[in-house]
Ligand binder design. Structure first.
Ligand SMILES: NC(=O)c1ccc[n+]([C@@H]2O[C@H](COP(=O)([O-])OP(=O)(O)OC[C@H]3O[C@@H](n4cnc5c(N)ncnc54)[C@H](OP(=O)(O)O)[C@@H]3O)[C@@H](O)[C@H]2O)c1
Length: 322
């Protein structure tokens, strides 16, 4: 991507979109388009079409989505499938009409079957049943991959779908009831430390293994992919397989190790107690990242370093609430 290319980041205020925005600025891109949700509701097809017709972006990062934890997905399943289908349909179709050269559609590892062999290869897509709690969301994301694939075949577009593992980083959601495990543990540990607690209760046995990628690393991977030369980019967009690539670290840790690392970074020296009466979820969830590695990309931020940056972000935003 030439530094003058007109690049639109849909969802630039979110965890993923904001990291992509920072990375593009860092790389020297100077023609970046952003619109807040208030300025452009991506559910509004007429507004989306008008925006693309006026601004004519050449490259699109589609990081806008209705995103939430298990509680939100369970409570509002219709909203999750409807809004995500509409957002991605509006943006992908408007991109095609506007002649967008390359588009990166952000999905999530929940698109893969619940009982997948580990590590999870891209080819496991649609080989088994999905986890029921976020099936509507996952199906919308699978439809997005299928749309990219279909548009490439029918219209000759270059639309790629990236499936990141669990992410964390500055701007994350630290909500008490609706956040992912890593930011939730940062909040709980910060509160335990501030209260002078001698122990911190962590849900589950602590034995499930999970993979975590720092959001800035994800943004680097996204920009790396969109900057691939035509030969290597086209190789990801063949007619035979979905245009899909996993983004992760290739390493996982137990929840116990994660909790210990967070306790160390935050300086909480109480005891971690694992409440085995609470559900563990799937024993392991690790993406196979050999395709991405074969292209030459690897993450650089170690988990402890990423947690340190995220803790600084949390402190700067929420220390008054604790
Ligand atoms: N976070 C993770 O761990 C993770 C892991 C893997 C994949 N992903 C994927 O990455 C993508 C982005 O996730 P995220 O974590 O960055 O989510 P996020 O922080 O909730 O950000 C979502 C973005 O989309 C915007 N948005 C939502 N609905 C919109 C609408 N109708 N019109 C315009 N903008 C709208 C939001 O704006 P407002 O906030 O103003 O509504 C926000 O900027 C998703 O596809 C997700 O599946 C995330």
């Amino acid at each position: 991507m030439h530094l003058d290319r007109c690049i639109y980041i849909a969802g630039h205020s979110g965890l993923v979109g904001s990291a992509i925005h920072r990375e593009l600025l860092h790389l020297g891109y100077r023609n970046i388009l952003t619109r807040t949700h208030g300025e452009l509701d991506l559910l509004d097809k007429i507004a989306v079409d008008a925006f693309f017709a006026t601004e004519r972006p050449e490259v699109v990062f589609l990081a806008a989505a209705k995103v939430g934890g298990i509680l939100a997905n369970n409570t509002y399943p219709a909203d999750f499938i409807r809004d995500n289908l509409i957002i991605q349909t509006n943006v992908i179709e408007a991109s095609r009409i506007a002649g967008v050269k390359r588009l990166l559609f952000l999905g999530s590892s929940c698109i893969y079957p619940k009982l997948c062999p580990q590590p999870i290869r891209e080819e496991y897509l649609l080989t088994g049943s999905l986890e029921s709690t976020n099936r509507p969301y996952a199906l919308a994301k699978i439809a997005g991959i299928e749309m990219c694939w279909s548009y490439n075949r029918q219209y000759g577009t270059q639309y790629l779908a990236a499936m990141p593992t669990n992410l964390y980083g500055p701007g994350d959601n630290y909500d008490r009831t609706n956040s992912h495990v890593l930011p939730a543990l940062i909040r709980k540990t910060a509160e335990a430390k501030a209260a002078g607690a001698r122990e911190l209760v962590v849900w589950g046995t602590g034995t499930p293994r999970r993979e975590f990628l720092y959001s800035n690393d994800l943004a680097q991977a996204c920009c790396f992919l969109m900057n691939l030369d035509d030969a290597r980019f086209y190789a990801l967009l063949t007619d035979d397989v979905p245009p899909l690539i996993n983004i992760g670290t290739g390493d996982d840790v137990t929840i116990r190790e994660l909790a210990q690392t967070i306790a160390r970074v935050l300086g909480f020296d109480g005891t971690l107690v694992f409440d085995a009466t609470k559900p563990d979820g799937t024993p392991r969830k690790l993406l196979d990242v050999s395709l991405l590695r074969s292209l030459g990309w690897q993450h650089t931020t170690a988990l402890e370093e990423g947690i340190r940056h995220t803790w600084e972000d949390f402190r700067s935003r929420f220390s008054s609430q604790i």
